[in-house]
Design a protein around this ligand. Structure first.
Ligand code: NAD
Length: 358
């Protein structure tokens, strides 16, 4: 891979690599943008076929974090880190401590958190060697599991979409089809159920779908049916790329609003949804609740403030829907434009550092 060509293509200025001889740690920290503040984003700990796949993953994800943080009004830039999971036996604690020292060397320019393959216990280990970590245990002043906050934000985004597209002030009787009832999907179903919504769910894990049926009265449908069911809202809460050439033509819902990251298989699928008259709540705008919660930890965790800020996702989604309607432009492009204008304003306002005196 042409490394600097890759950085240019993803519009990056800063990537840090670490190979720790003693532990064998191979890690990457990608900082996409720090104009709004220190970069914040999770750490993946997964296997990659090739080292360059890990780099591309970090670049792609860090860029998304810049957009998510800026749109949520956080004083943070976007970053992401990756620990390449060794294919042979390894000492997890030693790798995490080496990773923590790597983060500490960056002196707060990047703040880490949980992501795929890492959890609360891992962040507790990292916390042993650096303070630039979030998502630690509530008993240590941390914010804990971000999923309930992500779900709260998605519920608020669904409410805004329902108001805008269906002219309804409440979710009472609104039918929502939830694809994936894992951490966020389950909490979202609870939120929606409490607001009187009717639920249909699908999950590759039948036990998870059955739990939503048992506890929340959801109807369980097949993995394919969830896309074509007659409903008001489709909420993708599983993996990325749920909205693609195969699924979009079958969607009957007038709104797509869910938690999953990278829901559009390609940007053009956002145009397809728009052309079909479906209101799409851009993923990074609606699923920012978990990030809002973690960002609160940097200042000294206050669950009330995190909740208050997450509730404002309603305004963000409503504003995007409104602008999209006025401009005749797809919502994903409207959201990108709002962020790019914000970042450009910060660039113009920031004063370049004074030259050093001899
Ligand atoms: P999770 O792994 O707990 O849940 C995902 C669920 O989707 C699982 O129950 C899984 O069985 C199911 N699933 C997988 N493939 C499926 C398919 N084809 N059809 C139906 N169900 C399928 O993950 P999560 O933490 O709930 O995250 C869900 C999505 O939300 C991910 O895209 C994640 O990146 C995104 N997200 C999560 C958070 C958070 O706070 N956890 C924050 C922002 C975005």
């Amino acid at each position: 891979m042409d490394v600097f060509g890759g950085l240019k293509a993803y519009d990056f200025g800063e990537v840090h690599f670490k190979f720790d001889r003693a532990t064998g740690l191979k890690a990457i920290v990608a900082i996409h943008d720090s104009r709004m503040g220190p970069a914040l984003g999770g750490c993946r700990f997964i296997e990659y076929d090739r080292d360059e796949d890990a780099l591309v993953d970090a670049l792609r994800l860090a860029r998304g974090m810049t957009y998510k943080a800026a749109l949520a009004g956080l004083a943070h830039g976007g970053g992401k880190s990756v620990i390449i999971r060794p294919k042979t036996r390894f000492d997890r604690v030693a790798l995490l401590l080496a990773f923590g020292r790597f983060i500490d060397d960056l002196r707060g320019h990047y703040i880490t958190a949980e992501d795929s393959g890492t959890g609360l216990e891992d962040m507790e280990i990292v916390r042993g060697v650096t303070k630039h970590v979030t998502g630690v245990d509530p008993s240590h002043g941390g914010s804990g599991d971000p999923s309930p906050f992500t779900a709260l934000g998605v519920r608020r985004g669904i409410e805004a979409s329902v108001k805008h597209r269906l002219g309804r002030d409440s979710l009472e009787g609104v039918h929502v089809a939830v694809q994936g009832v894992g951490h966020v999907g389950y909490w979202l179903c609870k939120e929606l159920h409490d607001q009187g919504a009717r639920l249909s769910v699908a999950d590759i894990d039948p036990l998870k779908a059955e739990r939503a049926q048992r506890e929340l009265g959801a109807s369980v449908v097949s993995l394919e049916e969830i896309f074509e069911i007659e409903c008001d809202v489709l909420a993708p809460c599983a993996l990325g790329s749920a909205l693609n050439d195969r699924t979009i033509p079958r969607i009957k819902a007038r709104i797509v609003a869910g938690a999953a990251n990278n829901q559009l298989a390609e940007p053009r699928h956002g145009d397809d949804l728009h052309a079909r008259g479906i209101l799409y709540a851009p993923d990074y705008a609606i699923n920012a609740g978990g990030l809002v919660n973690v960002a609160q930890e940097v200042k000294g965790y206050d669950a009330g403030k995190a909740r208050e800020k997450t509730m404002k996702i309603y305004d963000t989604i409503f504003d995007i829907a409104e602008r999209s309607q006025k401009m005749g432009s797809p919502t994903y492009r409207v959201a990108d434009t709002i962020v790019e204008e914000k970042l450009a304003t910060v660039s113009r306002l920031s004063v370049p550092p004074a030259p050093m005196k001899a």
